[in-house]
Design a protein around this ligand. Structure first.
Ligand code: FAD
Length: 383
């Protein structure tokens, strides 16, 4: 077994680390306070090749493997979860989804723009009455002549306020549950596509753009269908296989950032006449955190490596997301405590990690839902 990274993976990791540490980390606190990520940062990511890296060269991509993409998410997650979240939605939920399910015409029309960051994507699945139970969605797609009319609403849509293209899920037959769902590529300037900021002040991911989107008689042509009519649930779930790996890798980055901060603080903060890092209780916290980071990272690499070998990775991806997000939540909680009063203020970044990590445990399937996916895959369904 060879766990080392290839020269090309190391190069991509270095490029992502340089960008994350030099461009993102220094502005993370300010973005969190202001409640937004500058659009120019998205363009910069496009110019660097981060947004299209995983796409084939034919569509303006870099032909990266899944391990390389995971390395990028880890580096961005280490700097800021809002920026990593922006990229995961844009790249893994939208671009990868079009690459997997789109017609040649759809790929040529959208992927080069998405790869450059000239267009931004969002993924519209969650509704007020359909979250974990996505198949119970109430949004409808009524066939009308040579197209469909979309009606309904979506909430919590990351990048939804400024996206140019939305992957939208709606049902053409609600009685058929998941078999009635269709996926569509909707340009956000289509009449009837309405968006506003989500209400309320959010716990974390404060620099992310989260929108409430309404479809009011939003007419799209038949060519906007992504995949087959009635095959939208499969499209949604396959996109989540990509997205969840991105969230898991981002969580490894958060856990690593907590560990980095704790090591630095344990070396410099003195109490009772010595470094707090010389107290065994503090050493125990740091050692457990380091073990969690290593285990989470290995689970992410395993799922990405299997994906690169063309294997089915739904269970391994859910295991990686479950473990990595829970490990990072433990790390963030311990990191705040280890920093004492300083950890309670945004003078130190651990406070932001602690708030942000709850989002990673919730979106793209909560930890409860990951456990269901894992257990069902192991036990199987009764025939
Ligand atoms: C920061 C953020 C960004 C997001 N971005 C997007 C986005 O870009 N696009 C998008 O479509 N959505 C997005 N979401 C929505 C997210 O995917 C949902 O919030 C998530 O799937 C959970 O759905 P819900 O909030 O409706 O909770 P619910 O489904 O109502 O769940 C409530 C609780 O019940 C538990 N639960 C539900 N069913 C079961 C079960 N069968 N067994 C055990 N427990 C269960 C859940 O785990 C949870 O603890 C985002 C959410 C957040 C917080």
């Amino acid at each position: 077994m060879d766990l080392s990274l290839t020269p090309s993976q190391l190069e991509i990791q270095k490029m992502a680390r340089d960008f994350a540490q030099k461009r993102v980390a220094p502005m993370a606190r300010e973005m969190d306070e202001r409640g937004e990520m500058p659009v120019s940062l998205a363009r910069e990511m496009g110019d660097l090749g981060l947004l299209g890296g995983s796409l084939p060269k034919t569509y303006g991509g870099g032909q990266w493997d899944a391990v390389s993409l995971a390395l990028c998410y880890e580096e961005l997650g280490r700097a800021d979860s809002s920026v990593r979240g922006f990229m995961t939605v844009h790249t893994s939920l939208v671009s990868q989804c079009i690459l997997t399910w789109g017609t040649e015409e759809q790929k040529r029309q959208y992927l080069p723009k998405l790869a450059r960051g000239g267009w931004i994507g969002c993924y519209c699945l969650t509704e007020p009455n359909a979250g974990s139970d996505a198949a119970s969605m109430e949004s409808t797609a009524i066939e009308d002549g040579d197209g469909f009319v979309l009606s309904g609403e979506k909430i919590w849509i990351t990048n939804g306020g400024f996206a140019d293209l939305a992957v939208v899920f709606a049902s053409r037959d609600r009685s058929a549950r998941h078999k009635g769902i269709c996926a569509f590529l909707v340009e956000t300037d289509t009449p009837g596509f309405q968006r506003e900021k989500m209400p309320g002040k959010e716990l974390g991911h404060r620099a992310s753009d989260h929108a409430h989107i309404r479809f009011e008689n939003c007419r799209v042509p038949r060519s906007a269908l992504l995949g087959e009519a009635g095959g939208g649930f499969k499209v949604a779930m396959s996109a989540l296989d990509y997205g969840r790996l991105g969230v898991a890798a981002g969580a490894v980055g958060v856990a690593q950032a907590c560990l980095d901060a704790c090591i630095e603080f344990a070396r410099t903060r003195r109490q009772f006449g010595q470094r707090i890092g010389d107290f065994e209780m503090i050493q125990s916290v740091i050692a457990d955190m380091a073990a969690d980071v290593d285990a989470a990272r290995l689970l992410v690499y395993r799922a990405a490596w299997m994906k690169d070998r063309g294997q089915k990775v739904t269970r391994e991806t859910s295991i990686a997301k479950l473990f990595a997000t829970e490990a990072a939540a433990r790390a963030a909680s311990e990191a705040v405590l280890l920093h004492g009063g300083r950890g309670y203020s945004n003078e130190y970044p651990v406070e932001r990690y602690y708030r942000d990590i709850k989002g990673l445990q919730i979106y793209e399937g909560t930890s409860h839902i990951q456990r269901i996916v894992i257990a069902r895959d192991l036990i199987g369904r009764e025939s």
